[in-house]
Write a protein that binds this ligand. Sequence first.
Ligand code: ATP
Ligand code: MG
Length: 422
Amino acid sequence: MRQSQLFARTSKNAPHDADSINAKYLTQARFVDQEMAGVYTWLPLGLRTLRKVEQIVREEMDALGAQEIFMPSLQPKEYWETTNRWEGVDVLFKLESQTGKEYALGCTHEEVVTPLAQKLVESYKELPFATYQINTKFRDELRAKSGVLRGREFRMKDMYSFHATQESLTAFYEKTLEAYVKAYARCGLKVKVVQASGGIFTQNISHEFQALTDAGEDMLIACENCEFGQNSEVATYKAGDTCPKCNGSLAQMKGVEVGNIFDLGTKYTDAFKFDFTNENGEKQRVLMGCYGIGTSRLVGAIVETHHDEKGIVWPVSVAPFHVHLVSLRSKDEAVQSRINSVAKEMYDGLQAEGVEVLWDDREGVSPGEKFADADLIGLPLRLVVSEKTLKEDSIEWKPRNESEARLVEIEDVVEEVQEMMK
Ligand code: ATP
Ligand code: MG
């Protein structure tokens, strides 16, 4: 992508109402634009990152054998009455049709997926199975805050599993827990796995996945060494205690919940009276689990944990582009034409190898502004082509997470970039 064509230009100023690092940098670098409190447009750079995060999550859910579907956000009131959640869930947005009929705007999808599975599944032979979607959720949050961390309209991957036996549910639950940790790690995030106390969606066992950041709303007692953690309201341990898992030391930390998983038991299948026919031809209640990852919140959590005073420092796996190619101006026409041709060659050569390049080809923008933009946008590698570098038949190579730049010979660049991305 040529930066001269990119929708939209970065902003010189941080938004004055930004209450968090992710709100500040994602807005200033034009990854997102706030339409109103808690509601964002995802601009080209932001959408590329969001899609990469969602693709990683998708691959990990597919690897569990779950199948992707896409469910409606517009949901009938009756289903929400069946589960006693029309009145029970305070964040539920309710709509009225011109006919007077009422609908819920999906804040979660148990009320859709449970009757769906009930309609389509009859026999033990069709169990267990898991299905998921990546969709927009709506929640009437009293306080939308911290940029994309707590929105009123946001993205979520939600998976639901259906089982004939508790053993089957527990086994799938444990596999999912591992898959979650892997998905976060692939996004560059270390998480604490916290056994949760409950909440509106839970009945049985449940775990939260917490990314450590001061922007988070949750207080934890967690291990400084391994992934063990507890919510501090319910904690059986305190700061200074020894970790029960690894003998490391426990400390108080702040986190943001980037996902959670629930063993729902028969909570929803009781409400809908969802039975299957077992091997003896008898009716038996289906067991259910649900598993969420807030994908847009995850993007925010990555920014909260990967930045410096100049901007974002994206992990390669979720960066909107891998390389920021920056070509500078020269007053000498012959040199300028060489800069252009070397930059173009590099742009084409890298892309031919599958490297995603944002080329700052803008004219009339000073080197200082270009570098400030590159730092703000935060792509993993900056390559500069200028009169100075061409004197050495080189380009300047600077990883975003290192302070020193070095020269790399032009003919070696494509190979070295591929090496870096491994
Ligand atoms: P929280 O405790 O943060 O309010 P929750 O426990 O209500 O979230 P779930 O209903 O389990 O969350 O939703 C699954 C995931 O969706 C959460 O783990 C979180 O990552 C994300 N999520 C929940 N609410 C929001 C929101 N308002 N904005 C962005 N992401 C959210
Ligand atoms: Mg929660």
